[in-house]
Design a protein. Sequence first.
Length: 373
Amino acid sequence: MRNKHIDALRGVAILCVLVLHFTLAYGLKNSPLGDLLPAWLLRAAYQGNFGVTMFFTVSGYLITSTSLRRWGDLANIDIRTFYLYRFARIMPCLLLALAIIVPLGLMDLPFFSNSDGGVHRPASYFVVAAGSVLTFWHNQLMQTAGYFNYCLNVYWSLSVEEVFYLLLPVLCLLLRRQWLIVLLCCAAIVAGPIYRSQHTDNEIFFMYGYLACFDAIAFGCLTALLAHGTRPNARQGTALRWIGGIALAALYLRGIEGHEVWGFTQVAMASAAFLFGSAAQPGSATVSRAPRIAPLRWFGQHSYEIYLFHIVVLAAMRNVATKASLSYAARLPWLLLFLGLTALVAALVARYVSEPANAALRRQQRRQPYLQG
């Protein structure tokens, strides 16, 4: 059963990322939005990396809660099944995205080629870059090479997330005690701000490193463990969602600059509060009629497909119209076109790639619910 509150939070998170990347590509200041919105709200468009932190926390929560429902205890994880579900969820769409990006990059098409950051690298670099995406160390490559590929660099967060999930079942089986798993998550939470404090002058390190992000996923894991043992009642759940939502809005508007060390921790904590509130009364939190947030929930349900393919859409649009050539009046319609095309591509990928892959897996693993990341 889907949880409407969690889908809405994921929808907010992915929209934060979409607005960030559009703003970096085209800007919002010299547009109708620049006249309608105050400067402080326009600056908030640049805080999209906080949206990624929300994603990490949600992901940790969903993976852990689903594993607990399936196996009862993290120590009972079936490692083969766990990895099989992750592969089926992640790889089909990722391979399709790379099958688009790499050939266009090899053709030296702008915004697909290895010339981001003003340094042009040979086409052979794509072999290393695409391989780092597939083997989940692309963020480490960026720490060495900098921003070198407009499309591929977006996939740094997938490297962080999947390395965590490569380690999780192995550590659960080795430790065999839930309190040790909790202790390990707490260690990741402590390590996050310490690591970020050492790299505040380099955003590729303090935002994209493994240790810079594992704390957010760990917050999600701990929240799922807590919710598995005790759930808030309906009133407490509503209060927690409001507190978490208001805190997220305040932190987002405050921004990342000057808060490189603790800002991401605070966003993860606020997301965790929202998620714990979403666990209230299992029957009441599932999908229901809520037409006002239905589009937001749809974006949340398709957030992985949107994440992978929005940058492909945006790179293609930048080949049609550059920031300099896009007129003042056209910028708001261009943003709406970007959102619409991204939603369309995501829907097609989900319909013809993601859902068939998961259906095939369900047929293979009869009577076991498939894992959603």
